[in-house]
Ligand binder design. Structure first.
Ligand code: ZN
Length: 277
């Protein structure tokens, strides 16, 4: 089964309703900038491909096909990584992500460690990489006694957003290889794969996420922190809460930086400081 990637510009419709209808039809909206009248990119998978494409055409949304077969774009990447060992060459499977982190800890034992912060429903461990600050020789690796300013970063919350995982692994590698970088004046706490079960599932299952599937991009659980993954991240955050100076959550894909409150048009009272700092 192949996924076709298309771009279109919905105009003159209730876009939220449209996306909801598309989702029911198996059409995944990958990027939307409809608030600024920009293009929307959607992945369309058979067997509904023809119907969905027809719907787009009927609405005169100026559809263009970006890629005929999305899988083909990255199917060769794992074998390339095994040869080059460069994180920018390939997406890594969950097991390879764990190995990647372990190897970095072996290489930089005085700078980094991996901590298990929880387990998924299936018992899969959720790991966090701690990279100590270079201005705190007392070693922020000490955990609860940490005194360094901390920046939190997570990725891989939404299973199919593989690029977010690769981006945080690349950041981890760069931070460790450049200890004199200004970025090393803080301690980094990075959870590369918040949702390891979903990530593994998305590697082994062809399909677009839905509420019936573990790699859903919209599943939020029945209540805040109802899921073991979000509880694990919350608890890891609270452990160093008073030291946290920033929190970054990586997703893909769009060319946007979203600051609170991103779910509603009101401006956050502290927006100016968030942008300037
Ligand atoms: Zn996401």
């Amino acid at each position: 089964m192949t996924h076709k990637l298309s771009a279109c510009c919905p105009t003159g419709v209730d876009v939220e309703q449209l996306f909801s209808d598309w989702f029911d039809d198996g059409v995944a909206v990958l990027m939307s900038e409809y608030n600024t009248n920009g293009p929307v990119e959607v992945a369309v998978a058979p067997p509904i491909s023809r119907d969905a494409q027809e719907k787009l055409r009927q609405n005169d949304f100026n559809v263009t096909v970006v890629a005929q077969d999305v899988e083909q774009l990255f199917s060769a990447s794992p074998s390339i990584f095994r040869q080059t060992k460069k994180i920018t060459d390939a997406f890594l499977e969950l097991r390879e992500v764990e190995n990647f982190l372990d190897e970095l800890v072996v290489k930089h034992p005085d700078q980094a460690r991996v901590k298990q912060i929880g387990k998924t429903e299936n018992g899969t461990p959720i790991h966090m990489m701690i990279i100590k600050s270079q201005i705190s020789p007392a070693a922020s690796l000490a955990g609860a006694n940490n005194v360094s300013p901390v920046v939190f970063l997570d990725s891989g919350t939404h299973a199919r957003e593989w690029l977010s995982v690769s981006t945080s692994l690349y950041a981890i590698q760069q931070l460790l290889e450049q200890p004199s970088s200004p970025a090393r004046q803080v301690e980094w706490r990075i959870v590369p794969v918040v949702n390891p079960d979903g990530y593994a599932y998305s590697w082994n299952t062809v399909g677009i996420g839905s509420s019936r599937r573990p790699c859903s991009d919209i599943f939020r659980g029945p209540a805040a922190f109802s899921e073991p993954e979000t509880r694990a991240v919350r608890d890891a955050f609270l452990e160093v809460r008073s030291e946290v100076k920033g929190y970054i959550s990586l997703h893909s894909y769009s060319q946007v930086i979203m600051l609170p409150w991103s779910y509603q048009p009101d401006v956050h009272p502290n927006l100016k400081n968030m942008v300037l700092q």
